[in-house]
Design a protein around this ligand. Sequence first.
Ligand code: BES
Ligand code: MN
Ligand code: ZN
Length: 495
Amino acid sequence: MNISFADVSLSKPGAIALVVTEGNALAGAAAELDRKTGGALKRATKSANFTGKAGSVLEIVAPHGIAASRVLLLGVGKAAELATSALENAGGEIVGRLERAKEANASVIVDGAHSAKIHAGDAAARVAFGAKLRSYKFDKYKTKKKDESGQVKGVAIMTKANAAARKSFATLDKIAGGMFLARDLVNEPANILYPVEFAKRVRALAKVGVKIEVLGEAQMKKLGMGSLLGVGQGSVRESQLVVMRWNGGKATDKPVAFIGKGVCFDTGGISLKPPAGMEDMKGDMGGAAAVTGLMYALGARKAKVNAVGVIGLVENMPDGNAQRPGDIVTSMSGQTIEVINTDAEGRLVLADALWYTQNRFKPKFMIDLATLTGAIMVALGKEYAGLFSNDDKLSTQLAEVGEAEGEKVWRMPMGPAYDKMIDSRFADMKNTGSRDGGSITAAQFLQRFVNDVPWVHLDIAGTAMASPATAINQSWGSGWGVRILNRLVEDYYEA
Ligand code: BES
Ligand code: MN
Ligand code: ZN
């Protein structure tokens, strides 16, 4: 879908969409359209009780007096309370409606929908961003494209502030690029996207200036990563550890670090999962996908920060060579782990990835993302990701930027009583606690591989995939994590 920016014009064919504020639905360009159509807009808003509340839509098909095939009015609420999310949702809703109506092109007028906080150019750019995010499709494996759903070819965003909008959107478009990359990676099936293929796709980030290193099993073995390697040992696919580096800050600045769980498929291993819904476990690399999408976005928009991304890529399979319950592995940290349940594999991968990142890069902070536990969905559903941390400041910053970006996090408790639950009879620790507090004991496990550095663990099992469709996301893989972390960097860690 092509997005362009232009000055306001009411004479284009195709559909016209007007983004309007509450109580002011028929001002500006809308008033002019109302005149041209002999009062059709006024009559329609009255009959439909349309006032411009956030999320409301009014569709007027083929009104008399203008070339346009239809006019859409999209409410974004009161100007004084204008939120970027309402603007994005309006943009998304427009594309959804155009697809259903099989309209190929639309003029989207963002005329009066701005505020003291959100300037006209930024407001229009947010509408464009929403439209772009909604346009995402993952249909590469459909050999027969369904013709019931149309494809929107072009959206012209019209505003007097079109130069400012174009500039503002240029950055958002790069973030969308990172989100789409993350969505693609999550949506890909595991026969296509196994660790080596994932690493190969990460190499493409070189084009935005991100430096890539890939470690294979031999190198990881030398480093002593027995915890990560144990997970992948039942798979015919080679495990990989990928390091991404973006150096946009001062040479002396410590990097910020992001670590992702990349289980390309999680069968559970010898502790085999039940068949129902197991296909969803192709998305068990959602953390690694988010880190990859984030690093792309940081590089593409030339963020003034030093950042590293480290992803542990494995496939968790049952096999004659697979790891067994009761096996004891030695992690890179030297700590030993009794593997009680081979299905609690994500923490085993992260243990070595966290240790490696911390020791090699001495980062300012570490944030890991992982589709780690089913239990986080029992606690929080699919609205919030679980946040676990040793640092109040970083936790507060993430809660704030998450709210602003629509990727929300909720902090969960940690502490010594939970930590005790993973003490093992035979080794330094075991990889599961009891059923109680399953997401918390998983976080306690990770914390045993974190020293003094500020650290956050985000459990994204509920948000990375199969999340409810919204105005701006209809994809199974949501790309969750790219937005919140990009915003964290932008607001707090760029020079
Ligand atoms: N990848 C799963 C967690 C998961 C479940 C993610 C559903 C997304 C949707 C993880 O590896 C896992 O299997 N966790 C176990 C841990 C248990 C064995 C302690 C779980 O949640 O049941
Ligand atoms: Mn598992
Ligand atoms: Zn898993």
